[in-house]
Design a protein around this ligand. Structure first.
Ligand code: NAD
Ligand code: MG
Length: 397
C-alpha cells in the first residue's frame, strides 16, 4: 500500500479504556492507518506519551492551560503535532476533511456534538459513546442516513448483533426474517445480590467488573444494569427494533456477545474472548478482517455457558431505561443525564449505590418530555435533567 492509501483516524477519548485499545489495534497495522487526531479531557501526561508514539497532526485537551503544557512538552521533543483546546476543537477534528475514520470513545453526553459532527461529515464512525445515540436517537440516525456516514457499533453486544444480521439489514429487522435480538449481559459484579447487600457497596467494588476492564462510569453502569438499559435503547436505534423485540439475557461468562433470532428458529451468535479489541478491529477494517491481538477462544477453558433472566427488582435501572424508550422524545436524554449526575455522586460524594436508580426515577417523574427532533430540545432536556438531579441530591443530603 502507498502512503495515500492510509486511513486517517481521529480518536475522540484516546486516553480512555476504548481509546487505548483502539491505539493498540492501530499500532498493529501501520500500513493501513495513521492517526490524524488524539483527544483527551484532562489526562495530559497520557496524551503526551500517545502523541510521541503516534505522531498525530492534532492533539486536543479540554483546558487551555493543559494544552499550553502539552504544546511546550511536544515542542521540546521536536514534535510537529498541533495542540488545540476546548469543545469546538473536538468538533473540528471529528469533521476535518483529512479524516476517514472517527472513533467516538468519549464517555457521556460530552461526546454528542463531536460524534454528530463526524456523522454529518459522512465519516466512518465507530460508535463506542452509546450515550450520544441514547440522547439523540432519531436525530442521530437521520443524520447517518442523510450524510452517508458508515456507522459501525463498537459496543460488544451491538457489534455482535451487527455481525449476526444480514448485510442489508439497515432498513430494520422486518423483511429479513429476524424475530428477536438477544442482548447478553454479564450481570455485573453484584449479580445475585439482594437489595440489603447492595445498600453498602463501595465505588471500588462497583468498578471491579468480573469480565471487562473499563472506565469508571461504564463500570458503575454495568453494576446497576443501567449499562444494559442504555444498550437496549442503543439497539432499538441501531437496528430499528422495538423494545419488545429485544430480550436481555444474563450470561455471566461474557463469551457470547449477543445473538439474533430468526423466524425459522435459527439463532446466530457471535462469540469471543471479552476483549474490546475484537469489535474495534472489526469496525476499523469492515468489511475486511484484521488481527486484533486477541487470544484465540479456548472453549474447553470456558467449559460452560450459563443463562438467566435479569433481576429487575434489585436492579431497577433496566426497567427505567425500557420505560424511557417506550415514552420516547427526550425521555432517554433525561434518563441519561440524571444517571450521569447520580453515578458521579456515587463515585465522588458517597451517594449510596441503590440511590442511583432512585435519583434517576425521581428526575424522570419530574421532567416534561418533549419531541427530540432538534438538538436544542435534546440539549435543553439534558441541562434541565442535570439541574433536577442536583436538586434531588441536595434534598437528600
Ligand atoms: P474512559 O473513562 O476510560 O475514557 C473516556 C475518555 O473520554 C478519556 O479519554 C477522557 O479523557 C475523555 N473524556 C471524558 N470526559 C470528557 C469530556 N467532558 N470532554 C472530552 N473528553 C472527555 O471511558 P471508556 O470506558 O473508554 O468508555 C468510553 C465510551 O465507550 C463510553 O461511552 C462507554 O459507555 C463506551 N464503551 C466502553 C466499553 C469499555 O470496555 N470500556 C465498552 C463498550 C462501550
Ligand atoms: Mg456493551
Amino acid at each position: 500500500m502507498t502512503a495515500e492509501k492510509h486511513q486517517a483516524v481521529t480518536v475522540l477519548g484516546a486516553t480512555g479504556s476504548i481509546g487505548t485499545s483502539t491505539l493498540d489495534v492501530i499500532a498493529r497495522h501501520p500500513q493501513r492507518y495513521r492517526i490524524y487526531a488524539l483527544t483527551a479531557h484532562r489526562s495530559r501526561e497520557t496524551l503526551l506519551r500517545q502523541c510521541l508514539v503516534h505522531e498525530p497532526s492534532v492533539a486536543v485537551l479540554h483546558e487551555q492551560s493543559d494544552a499550553a503544557w502539552l504544546r511546550d512538552q511536544l515542542g521540546q521533543a521536536g514534535s510537529r503535532t498541533r495542540v488545540e483546546a476546548g469543545p469546538e476543537a473536538l468538533v473540528d477534528v471529528a469533521q476535518a476533511e483529512e479524516v476517514d475514520v472517527v472513533m467516538a470513545a468519549i464517555v457521556g453526553a460530552a461526546g454528542l456534538l463531536p460524534t454528530l459532527a463526524a456523522v454529518e461529515a459522512g465519516k466512518r464512525v465507530l460508535l463506542a459513546n452509546k450515550e450520544a445515540l441514547v440522547m439523540s436517537g432519531a436525530l442521530f440516525m437521520n443524520a447517518v442516513a442523510r450524510s452517508g456516514a458508515v456507522l459501525l457499533p463498537i459496543d460488544s453486544e451491538h457489534n455482535a448483533i451487527y455481525q449476526c444480521l444480514p448485510r442489508e439489514h439497515r432498513g430494520g429487522l422486518k423483511g429479513h426474517g429476524v424475530s428477536q435480538l438477544l442482548l447478553t449481559a454479564s450481570g455485573g459484579p453484584f449479580r445475585g445480590w439482594s437489595p440489603e447487600q447492595l445498600a453498602n457497596v463501595t465505588p471500588e467494588q462497583a468498578c471491579a467488573h468480573p469480565n471487562w476492564a473499563m472506565g469508571r462510569k461504564i463500570s458503575v453502569d454495568s453494576a446497576t444494569l443501567m449499562n444494559k438499559g442504555l444498550e437496549l435503547i442503543e439497539a432499538c436505534w441501531l437496528f430499528d427494533a422495538a423494545p419488545e423485540q429485544i430480550q436481555i439475557v444474563v450470561h455471566p461468562q461474557s463469551v457470547i456477545h449477543s445473538m439474533a433470532a430468526y423466524h425459522d428458529g435459527s439463532v446466530l451468535a457471535q462469540l469471543g474472548n471479552p476483549d474490546m479489541r475484537t469489535p474495534i478491529a472489526y469496525g476499523l477494517a469492515w468489511p475486511e478482517r484484521i488481527d486484533a491481538g486477541v487470544a484465540d477462544l479456548d472453549l474447553f477453558a470456558v467449559a460452560r455457558l450459563d443463562f438467566e433472566a435479569p433481576d429487575e427488582t434489585a436492579f431497577p435501572c433496566l426497567r427505567l431505561a425500557r420505560e424511557a424508550m417506550r415514552t420516547g422524545g427526550t425521555a432517554p436524554a433525561i434518563l441519561n443525564a440524571a444517571n450521569e449526575v447520580a453515578v458521579e455522586a456515587f463515585l465522588e460524594h458517597g451517594l449510596p449505590f441503590p440511590a442511583i436508580a432512585e435519583v434517576v426515577a425521581q428526575v424522570m417523574e419530574s421532567q416534561a418530555v418533549v419531541p427530540a427532533d432538534s438538538l436544542e430540545n435534546i440539549l435543553q432536556a439534558d441541562r434541565m435533567a442535570r439541574r433536577a438531579a442536583q436538586a434531588v441530591l441536595e434534598a437528600r443530603s
